[in-house]
Design a protein around this ligand. Structure first.
Ligand code: ADP
Ligand code: ASP
Ligand code: MG
Length: 439
């Protein structure tokens, strides 16, 4: 069996959905299991309409209805195929506008409609062209999570039930990405924005898939974000470790958690372009062959915050860091990078909420400042372990580009060097680094 996940950008309109059908037609002998995102832009619209219901009391679902009807008509499938779901969504907006409350729970429920619409439409299109296909909502085949709305984590021991459910199907399963349920009979949850990649990996790992394919709108994982570096190139092969670092530090093309289930079962991930299916894409495997370039790619994550603590109490005191970290842990604020000196520590986070309260609490340890609107840039490559001069080249190229660096760290595995710059410097910085390592 092989898992194919198509992102929103791959199913934006009827022509693209037909292209997805062409791709699936060619791999029927490998027993495809399809995972889908919502049509592109739909999740954002579902959120916007829910917020408008809260703030303005509006209950119009027109943008969502029109977006789907246009595709349904162009494909010539049954007009009313998502009618009952549209009705449910309308009821939800009515409820939000009445109680004037949009909880994380109801926001997840609102977002879940996108994937539930798309699986019905694409499965109907596949049936229409003679491929027997069945739309499936992930939680109906056992994708259960904890109850952290907006960033739910899959429960342990899902593999058996999911594999059993999928093996029992006669048709090509077309399964919702992104969503789950907090236990059987629980509330609908989502795995975090861009989470369909993660769903593909969870399901791929559960069924022991031969390969997990992530179909998107670029030729694979590239040497940098192509929106910033137009001549970024696709990378032929990456290790799980390299791809994990890139995903975690902002290469949007794969959701950061995608590698976790794949690593567990050592299943290769292949990132491919729906618009150019003939392109080789990027293969992500446990060990990439030796001899590849030292630096493989440059990722960036905008809008992070630096928290600086300056305290002479740190001097030769044991347990200082432990007490600071305890506060972060208790307040569920995720730490990305840490850099310390004898009397200061800088910590970066992309958590947005609760920072002011955190600062208040850790102010008992010393003088605390917050610096917002920063970007982490992460230079990744397994070959950096044995190479000399990479950091020198990073500093030299950023110096030439006139970009000040606020913080720098190297991970213990020595496959990444991360630095923090101002948001406004991200484009010149990424371009300068790309020139230094790839031109
Ligand atoms: P999908 O709808 O297929 O999930 P996404 O928008 O989530 O697509 O991810 C694909 C996009 O990720 C690309 O269009 C590209 O602009 C962006 N991107 C950022 N960094 C990278 C990178 N290093 N390699 C490839 N794409 C990247
Ligand atoms: N539709 C969801 C989102 O826009 C999940 C995904 O695209 O992977 O975040
Ligand atoms: Mg995505």
């Amino acid at each position: 069996m092989i898992v194919l996940k198509f992102g929103g950008t791959s199913i934006a309109d009827a022509d693209q959905i037909r292209a997805v059908g062409d791709i699936l037609e060619k791999c029927l002998t490998r027993k495809p299991v399809v995972i889908l995102s919502a049509l592109s832009g739909v999740t954002d619209t579902l959120i916007r309409l829910a917020q408008e219901a809260l703030e303005k009391g509006s209950k119009s679902i027109d943008p969502i209805r029109r977006r789907h009807q246009k595709v349904i008509q162009a494909l010539g499938i049954e007009e009313d195929i998502v009618g009952d779901l549209l009705q449910d969504y309308r009821e939800l907006l009515k409820g939000i506008s009445l109680v004037k409350e949009l909880t994380p729970r109801s926001l997840d429920y609102a977002m879940s409609f996108g994937e539930r619409f798309s699986v019905r439409i694409i499965a109907a299109h596949l049936c229409q062209r003679g491929i027997p296909a069945e739309p499936i909502v992930s939680y109906d085949i056992g994708l259960h999570t904890d109850a952290q709305f907006g960033k739910a984590l899959p429960l342990p021991d899902l593999d058996g039930p999911i594999a059993k459910a999928i093996r029992g199907l006669k048709k090509v399963p077309v399964i919702t990405g992104f969503i789950g349920k907090a236990g059987p009979g629980g509330d609908v949850t989502t795995l975090g924005r861009g989470g369909s990649d993660y769903s593909a990996a969870i399901i791929g790992s559960a069924i022991g898939a031969e390969e997990i394919q992530i179909w998107t709108d670029v030729d694979g994982i590239m040497t940098a974000d192509p929106e910033i570096v137009p001549d970024a190139r696709p990378i032929d092969i990456l290790s799980f470790d390299e791809a994990s670092e890139l995903a975690y530090f902002g290469a949007r093309v794969i959701h950061p958690s995608t590698m976790i289930p794949a690593i567990k079962k050592s299943i290769a991930i292949r990132v491919l372009n729906t618009y150019r299916p003939e392109a080789p894409g990027t293969l992500v495997v446990r060990e990439r062959p030796p001899g590849a370039q030292v630096v493989r790619s440059i990722a960036h994550k905008r809008n992070i915050t630096l928290i600086n603590i300056v305290s002479t109490r740190m001097l030769q005191q044991h347990g200082f860091m432990a007490r600071v970290f305890e506060v972060f842990a208790r307040r569920e604020i995720v730490i990305d990078l840490i850099s310390t000196s004898e009397v200061s520590v800088s910590i970066s986070t992309d958590s947005k909420g609760g920072l002011d309260d955190l600062v208040e609490e850790i102010s008992e340890f010393g003088r605390v400042t917050l610096e917002r609107e920063k970007t982490i840039i992460c230079v990744v490559g397994q070959g950096m372990r044995d190479a000399v001069g990479v950091a020198a080249r990073i500093f030299e190229s950023l110096g030439e580009a006139g970009v000040p660096v606020r913080l720098i760290t190297q991970g213990a595995t020595r496959i990444n060097i991360s630095l923090v710059v101002e948001n406004r410097d991200v484009e010149p910085a990424v371009r300068a680094l790309h020139r230094a390592f790839f031109d």
